[in-house]
Design a binder for this molecule. Structure first.
Ligand code: ASP
Ligand code: MG
Length: 412
């Protein structure tokens, strides 16, 4: 039998009624001839509540017990989904991560998947079970403890199952009907994409288009899992969502696929650091040790052996970064005249695999921003992406202008 993976996010299993609606979809795929592996998230809000309880009980919690607590939300929905399917006469049972077993490393709260043996579940399919309902987000460590995969990890569970079982497709049911050219709340011209390439989705996912956990897209790209993002709230026939797939499966697309943004960015500049071999390592080593997620980096041209180094980081990591830099200065590892922080910037990026073969995207982007009078503070580029930092107050305006400039409201 061909296998299908269907993943239901928190809002799609938020109530018993929604679980029934989801179960009906699963029943339809069983009727279509599939053996189905259903991956469920916790009911929406549940994981936040569990995390809150852990933090209130023990601020410096033992991550193994954190995982024991926060993994419980998925176990509830897995059991309820299996019961609902049974009530519909669909042969189904639930599986906790350890029962599969979904094997991970020991990095509690952000564990990585090492292996998903297929024999236990396949043996049940062979006996006539039609649906394996698996609790997402959780696994078991080599020490035999429950682990979790990091927030949003059920997406990664789903893709990993699809890869292991060679599923025809991995359908991610969520509360939006697909991946958009940009956030529809920022411009009503945002358009749902029928298809998007893995590389593009990866850039959009890591840039804060929160539809899919970034790791799940990486995994899908590596194992060529056809991923579909679609709404569990729509039942009409054209609810085909967005297919995330290999470039070769996309015939023609716009040069720019989408405009992504990240609102809560900050920019730091170390003024007048010595320009000598090892200076970047001396700055970014301590930042990495302090778990600061540095994104863009610009080193100025130097004058009299001294230069300025600018980098961007999430706004909520400013304190950590400043502390790391002050300590590095105090210990003599680096020497700078001043540390200047700008906490009011946003990052805007245009993304598209078409950029590889089209020149002029950068200049078109810069002209559009110029025409709105928006100053660019930092620029970085990659093969399929151009990102700029601008003042946060212009973020919406910039996204709208770029969406217009690249004609994203219309398909290619
Ligand atoms: N329930 C977990 C979370 O909220 C995992 C998931 O839903 O993907 O992070
Ligand atoms: Mg999610």
């Amino acid at each position: 039998m061909p296998t299908l993976v269907m993943k239901f996010g928190g809002t799609s299993v938020a109530t018993l009624d929604r679980i029934r609606r989801a179960a009906k979809r699963v029943g339809r795929e069983v009727a279509n001839g599939y053996d189905v592996i259903v991956i469920v998230s916790a009911m929406s809000g549940k994981t936040n509540e569990l995390v809150g309880w852990v933090e209130e009980t023990s601020p410096l919690f033992d991550a193994r017990e954190y995982d024991a607590v926060v993994s419980s939300g998925e176990q509830v929905t897995a059991g309820l989904m299996a019961l609902t399917l049974q009530e519909m006469d669909v042969p189904a049972r639930s599986w906790a991560g350890w029962q599969v077993p979904l094997k991970t490393n020991s990095a509690h709260a952000s564990a990585r998947i090492e292996e998903i043996p297929t024999d236990n579940i396949n043996a049940k399919f062979a006996e006539g079970m039609k649906v394996a309902v698996v609790a997402g987000f959780q696994g078991i460590s080599p020490e035999g403890r429950i682990t979790t995969l990091g927030r949003g990890g059920s997406d990664t569970t789903a893709v990993a199952f699809a890869a292991s079982f060679g599923a025809d497709r991995c359908d991610i049911y969520t509360d939006v009907d697909g991946v958009y050219t940009t956030d529809p709340r920022i411009t009503s011209k945002a358009r749902k994409l029928d298809k998007i390439a893995f590389e593009e989705m990866l850039e959009l996912a890591s840039l804060g288009a929160k539809v899919l956990q970034t790791r799940s897209v990486e995994l899908a790209m590596r194992y060529k899992v056809r991923l579909r993002v679609l709404s569990s709230f729509e039942d009409n026939d054209d609810n085909a969502g967005t297919l995330v797939c290999s470039e070769e499966d996309i015939m023609e697309s716009n040069v720019v696929a989408g405009v992504a943004f990240s609102r809560d960015e900050a920019k730091m500049t170390l003024l007048s650091v010595a320009d000598r071999p090892g200076i970047a390592a001396a700055i970014f080593g301590p930042l990495a040790d302090a778990s600061v997620n540095v994104d863009m980096i610009v080193q100025n041209i130097s004058e009299d052996g001294r230069t300025d180094m600018t980098f961007s980081l999430p706004v909520n990591q400013i304190a950590r970064a400043e502390k790391a830099m002050d300590e590095a200065k105090a210990s003599g590892e680096i020497n700078f005249a001043e540390l200047v922080t700008d906490a009011d910037v946003a990052k805007i990026s245009v993304v598209g695999i078409g950029m590889r073969s089209h020149a002029g995207v950068a200049s078109q982007m810069f002209k559009a921003l110029r025409d709105e009078g928006i100053n660019i503070k930092v620029i970085t580029t990659s093969e399929i992406k151009i990102s700029v930092l601008i003042d946060r107050k212009y973020m919406e305006l910039a996204v709208q202008a770029l969406h217009d400039t690249f004609g994203l409201e219309k398909a290619a």
